[in-house]
Design a protein around this ligand. Sequence first.
Ligand SMILES: [Fe+2]
Length: 364
Amino acid sequence: MSHAAALSPDQKRTLVRDGFVVLKNVVPREVVARAKTLIKTDPTRIAHGDEPAINDLFKASMVADVLEEAMGRYTPPINAQVAVTMPKYADAVTRNRATPRTAPVAHVDGGWAGPCPETRSEIEAAGGDLHTWGKDGDPRSLGPAGKAPLWQDRQRTVAIGSYTALVGVCLNDQMTPGKGQFAVRRGAHEAVEAFFRHQRAAGGPIGGGGPDWPRLIPVGEDTAVAGMMPKAMVDRYPDTAFEHPDWPWPELTPVLMGEGDAVIALHSLPHTATPNLSDEPRMNVYFRIRRLRDENPFEGDPRVGWGVSDHPDRCMNGDFLDYPDDYDAVGMSVEKLCDHWSEWSGLKGFVRATPETSDTAARV
Ligand SMILES: [Fe+2]
């Protein structure tokens, strides 16, 4: 049996409340099988380019229709992220599962993340500081992992890339906790939006390095990392503990899915991969979807990496796009970061608008 072509009213209420919703049996069995065969030939491959067997998980499933009904028109994905977590991947960090030494931490996509290439003493010697490090940095540079750029624009006003929804297609049984699930801070999407509003009201920049969000966090003797969510944001997340004997991270909610299920999660919902404590590979494929912006001349441009990029206002490789003078690409993204439900035309009636001046979460 396959999924209906639209979210039910209950599913829409769940998406609004939790920031994510699971679609059961949404991808045909044969489409799943074809994708798995391809992935198994090379399980370490992270990104498959324009690969029909992978992209059909979205295109040849009900996900495409469900999303269009909920969101309105969006830019079709032409790339995807294949995410395989091998079994016992985290043995080293979870030897004592009751108190793992390194717990997975949820993040919002689009920020420059990873170890800082300069030591703390080097930063200090140059007269800089951890909070605003990168303020004068080359806006063209990509993060240490070669992913998100340091800035989204040449003017360095926005430090976080964004899109509308992360769609994760599940290719193996992940119904019991501890199987390397995609996990989320359930319901925290409103606190994230409120934080972006706060940063905008304070004059920006938006993202790491902006108001109340230190770009770097000190770690170890003399090093620092980027990509952690700021305390001022995390402190506002709702308390949604997930208690289960095989799940050592109660602040995270594992998204429990079976083969052929999918999850739709808002960009603003903090999420993370989790260690795979089971005996079989965890296999998911992710599509990053942004609602169509009619004025944007680069919708569908393959340089952007539509479907896989978390910074679609720039090229996937970090190059800038030359927007027309009358189109403010990052200004539009900030507007959406600060009003995420405005990108979901099919959820009207399920979302209660919050005044722009409010930083409280008052959604139904
Ligand atoms: Fe992510």
